[in-house]
Ligand binder design. Structure first.
Ligand SMILES: Nc1ncnc2c1ncn2[C@@H]1O[C@H](COP(=O)(O)OP(=O)(O)OP(=O)(O)O)[C@@H](O)[C@H]1O
Ligand SMILES: [Mg+2]
Length: 325
């Protein structure tokens, strides 16, 4: 038996909102704090995460898992040059690799769950197809990202709803009538008020009253953490509160606010230069923002300082109430 590894997935429907850049720097920060971390690119077919770590054309990746002669799974773990941090590439030669089937998804999921690590970070692709959602749903800490733009907020709302409805649908696999009801009520990007958890609850009350409690338990058990990226003003910060209110009101989901990252040339330049912004300058504003988010995720206050080319990490573990002196 392996002990349960912490899996953090970073998702949020829209493309280009900063999922990969945030996921990479989160992985680095958690690794620097002393945990053994594996960062995974699950954006099959369009994987580019290796570039953010200045790794050129990885030889091994998830595609190896699908080869006839079973690979040495250790060879998938690529060195990053950052202590405690390994990387698994989603790259492959197969042009159709974006559409991997359920069998393959299950192979990857079983590989992830059996890894020897403290924390695994999954960088997800854009969109809300089942491949993306199913990877998101194996995580133990769900992080959803949005930017302040309304198009991104709406896509992240839809992403959260798709995740929730997929959980409900899978939980009622033995009951095709419920599955049909849930699957058909998932309207993608349509009007947020069209299908709400309350509406679903009403239908359950009418047609499946014995399962209402299970439905409520699933909704209650989904508590994603929200990060707002590319914040430029105080007004932008309200995006987070608004999205939290929206998902509570229409989905009954209690999301928490993990923090935000400002819009900064340092982030953009770090991608161009292939040097993660946390490494380049751990005391820059976006790095400080990131430290807040890691602190919320790990329940420890972290501070990174760079001196003479070395990064020093200080860590204060938060005591729960009752233990404070
Ligand atoms: N806080 C920020 N400040 C400035 N630029 C940013 C910030 N966050 C992201 N960017 C820019 O946005 C670009 C896209 O980011 P990234 O590749 O992480 O998005 P993504 O959500 O992973 O996209 P995809 O859905 O295609 O995988 C980055 O290359 C960077 O230039
Ligand atoms: Mg990406």
């Amino acid at each position: 038996m392996t002990s349960q590894v912490n899996i953090i997935a970073v998702g949020g429907g829209k493309g280009g909102i900063g999922k990969s850049v945030v996921c990479t720097n989160l992985a680095i920060g958690i690794a620097l704090s002393g945990q053994k971390v594996v960062l995974m690119d699950t954006d099959f077919g369009a994987s580019n995460l290796h570039a953010m770590l200045a790794i050129n054309n990885p030889v091994h990746g998830f595609q190896d898992l699908f080869n006839e002669n079973s690979p040495n799974t250790q060879s998938l773990l690529i060195d990053t040059g950052i202590s405690n941090l390994k990387f698994v590439s989603g790259a492959g030669d197969n042009p159709g690799s974006a559409n991997i089937d359920t069998d393959k998804v299950n192979k990857v999921i079983s590989f992830i769950k059996n890894l020897q690590a403290d924390t695994i970070l999954l960088d997800l692709g854009p969109g809300t197809n089942f491949n993306v959602i199913d990877f998101f749903n194996i995580s133990t800490q769900n992080v959803v990202l949005t930017t302040p733009e309304i198009t991104s907020v709406m896509k992240t709302f839809s992403f959260i709803r798709s995740v929730l409805f997929r959980r409900i649908s899978l939980a009622f696999q033995g009951n095709p009538e419920i599955q049909k009801l849930v699957d058909h009520s998932n309207p993608g990007n349509a009007n947020i008020e069209t299908y709400t958890t309350d509406l679903l609850r009403e239908q359950f009350k009418k047609d499946f009253p014995d399962h209402l409690e299970q439905l409520n338990t699933i909704v209650k058990g989904f508590t994603p953490g929200l990060v707002v990226n590319r914040v430029r003003s105080k007004k932008d910060l309200l995006t987070g509160d608004n999205l939290l209110k929206l998902v509570k009101k229409f989905l009954g989901v209690k999301a928490t606010y993990l923090g935000y990252i400002i819009e900064s040339d340092r982030v953009r330049d770090s991608v161009d230069e292939m040097v993660p912004f946390l490494i380049k300058d751990p005391q820059s504003k976006p790095s400080e923002n990131l430290q807040q988010i890691i602190s919320s995720l790990t329940n420890a206050d972290l501070e990174f300082v760079k001196r003479d080319g070395k990064i020093f990490v200080s860590k204060q573990v938060r005591l729960s109430s009752g233990w404070e002196v």
